[in-house]
Ligand binder design. Structure first.
Ligand SMILES: C[S@@+](CC[C@H](N)C(=O)[O-])C[C@H]1O[C@@H](n2cnc3c(N)ncnc32)[C@H](O)[C@@H]1O
Length: 297
């Protein structure tokens, strides 16, 4: 399915209770649900999936949206010049349409956030200014601008620019009146007893995080683990509208939070499921016993 860049339309009014119920008749298809119900993976366009979710049902959102980078340029991979082509979903539709798209999904995220809920959005200069502007337009409350510094970035082959070595992660609360959660003591403790700064030095995910398959823009678990530790109140419901390989889901499950992930690609949702089952082998569907089936007959 191609990415929908239409402007946001409100979904049907929520009639369900509980944070993990999706309305009957709504568009997204449940790709997989963990047997105890803490994880739901939805296959489909994030805008329709978000619009089918109950209002104020999510505490923390991490979104790693298309960066609109795959437009015929080149980059360096393993020392070689290669074309940037992360997928159809990453192609630019032009400045205005890209911004309309960002505004639409951010508005849909704002609707599902609890009043004190927060959202993190990662991006490079190709997308992050539009995201920041859309957040201002929608009345989000800015909290932090995190700089994720990569110690080993690929070299810049053209030698006409500084080596790109950072990504930005914007952290914002649902609205001006939100009283957001921040685990300050934990962050200070993790930083050796000193206040943690907004520049985070973390390596890109290595082979050990890619044993179940590859995703072209996989985020490191260390980044998501910090985000979740810093901003999730107890028993939080975490959402990622651009699930990818499921890094947010793995980090949320490790922290004991519930999780909903949305992606257009069933291949990436399959990868996510494999990563989650590696964390929780008990979530695998039990093999059906022929003996038991006979007994039931
Ligand atoms: C930048 S990647 C996310 C990578 C992820 N953070 C990870 O660690 O693997 C964006 C993902 O969003 C998905 N995607 C793009 N447009 C979408 C849309 N409109 N609705 C749902 N998923 C979309 C793509 O298939 C891709 O997997």
């Amino acid at each position: 399915m191609a990415a929908s860049h239409e402007s946001a339309s409100r979904g049907p009014a929520s009639t369900t209770s509980g944070t993990h119920e999706y309305e009957t008749g709504a568009q997204p298809d449940v790709f997989w649900k963990s047997p105890e119900g803490s994880v739901t993976l939805l296959h489909g366009d994030s805008l329709s999936a978000l619009n089918s979710m109950p209002e104020e049902s999510v505490d923390v959102i991490f979104a790693d949206p298309p960066y609109f980078l795959s437009n015929g340029g080149t980059t360096c991979q393993n020392g070689k010049r290669v074309k940037v082509d992360k997928g159809r979903w990453d192609k630019s539709l032009g400045i205005e349409e890209n911004h309309a798209f960002n505004r639409s999904w951010l508005e849909a995220c704002q609707r599902v956030l609890t009043p004190n809920g927060t959202i993190w959005v990662s991006g490079t200069s190709h997308v992050i200014h539009s995201v920041g502007f859309a957040m201002q337009q929608l009345g989000f409350k800015p909290l932090n601008e995190i700089v994720w510094e990569k110690p080993n970035p690929p070299p810049n082959l053209s030698c006409r620019y500084f080596t790109h070595s950072t990504e930005t992660v914007l952290w914002a609360a649902k609205g001006r009146k939100s009283k957001h959660f921040f685990d300050y003591p934990r962050m200070r403790a993790e930083n050796g007893g000193k206040q943690m700064k907004s520049v985070w030095r973390m390596t890109a995910p290595g082979k050990s995080e890619k044993t179940h398959g590859r995703h072209p823009t996989q985020k490191p678990l260390s980044l998501l683990e910090r985000i979740i530790a810093a901003s999730c109140p107890e028993d939080a419901h975490v959402l990622d509208p651009f699930n990818g390989s499921g890094t947010t889901g793995v980090a949320a499950a490790r922290a004991g939070m519930s999780y909903t992930g949305i992606d257009l690609s069933d291949e990436y949702l399959e990868l996510t499921k494999a990563r989650l089952l590696a964390e929780h082998p008990e979530w695998a569907a039990p093999a059906k016993s022929k003996r038991r089936l006979r007994a039931v007959k």
